[in-house]
Design a protein around this ligand. Sequence first.
Ligand code: FAD
Length: 449
Amino acid sequence: QPANLQPLIAELTGLEIITDSTQITKLSQDYYTFSPILQPLLSDKRGALVVRPMSEAEVIQVAAACVKYKLPLTVRGAGTGNYGQCVPLQGGVILDLSRMQAVKWVKPGLACVEPGVKLAALDKQTRSSGWEVRMLPSTYRTATIGGFIGGGSGGIGSITYGQIRDRGNLLAVRVVTMEDTPRVIELRGDDVYKVAHAYGTNGIITELEIPLAPAYAWAEAIVAFPDFMTAARFGQAFSDSDGIIKKLVCICADPIPTYFAAFRNVIPAGSHCALVMVAESALEPFAELVKAYNGTVCLQKSAQEASKGTTLVEYSWNHTTLHARSVDPSLTYLQTIFPLDKEMKLVEHMYQHFGDEVMMHLEFIRIGGAAVPAALQIVRYTTPERLADIIHYHEANGAFIANPHTYVLEDGGMKTVDLEQLRFKEMVDPYGLLNPGKMRGWEERAENL
Ligand code: FAD
């Protein structure tokens, strides 16, 4: 360990510090490996040491020490992000918040939590009083709420509640600053978006207040269809069925189902399928909708059965990509939002245009009050140029791409510099020590401010 870390370590006496090289390497990585573009850029990046605080007071202690020695600090939850969000580009301290797991209180429709609580644990706890987490990433078993707010976008539940960025899906945060004397700031209302989805460049979140939804018993089903567009139209119709309570509407084109080892004997060969979560109380009307689209239910589980064995959650969203890559590691993916169009003409065009090179995987989400098909298509990767062509072709035809092949905040889904976030960073992180290299607006701030 480099000699210049000794004074820092001395200052952090009493805190859990990891200096073991193998552990540091592991805790410097995330799931950027899904991207063949990011792999060579990030594989050798690592922090100098890891600190695991137990409380906000300890976080302040680490922040103050990093400011004193002008060391970069990169916050980490569970490290399940996909774009190298928590990979330290310039070394320094990795602040692992996974031990700050307290659920401070649960009230009807609201919870106050520490950032390191795992989403599955939180969901389990709120359920005991009749509430559930509104939306979960498919990594909910391991991912933390702080990491979801810091780097995620939405997931299972977004068909009803929209995405994290929609007003109302995050109520308040407490953040520790990186000023000469670190402070704790509470943000409420629209101000929460100064730090949400900022990759930890804007302050260290130490507490969050999040809204909850009434808890349902979620049945799971796989419905097979002989052609893709019927499956897609079923997905749209199901999403638009306001009377049927649902949490997941995932549509996978053939051959994606062949990557699901657990369902190989369940989903008929050559079928396109819908993976759904529907309230148990709504199974009857759901069956009518399936009939109207000539679908075949090839698997159905009660909520209790689903909670025990394999859950479809872990086949949806980016877990679909995970399963495909476990069969063929050369596969990668795209993130797309298709325009609102009940006929899904652009979805159909892309499906036909690219064929098996871009395998269609739709995730319906609610945007501005309407259900639209988002997509995490699985791509047969050949070259960086071809991947760029595929992205440009989508954009030129009116699809929105949130590029998963960049670690730069603005180049993913945001596209432009968020001036509110940039101004907030100027205040709370004047030395630019938080996750340096991730926010383009900061790197080029002379032009932006
Ligand atoms: P990390 O990866 O540790 O951190 C994410 C970012 O947040 C980093 O930039 C980090 O610096 C920052 N951060 C972490 N904690 C804090 C804090 N306390 N204060 C400030 N900044 C912080 N994402 C989705 O949105 N939806 C999905 O359905 C989804 N599915 C996925 C499936 C797979 C197979 C994989 C590999 C990833 C998926 N993801 C998904 C991405 C990721 O799993 C989620 O966004 C997850 O919520 C991240 O949580 P984490 O604790 O692992 O965060």
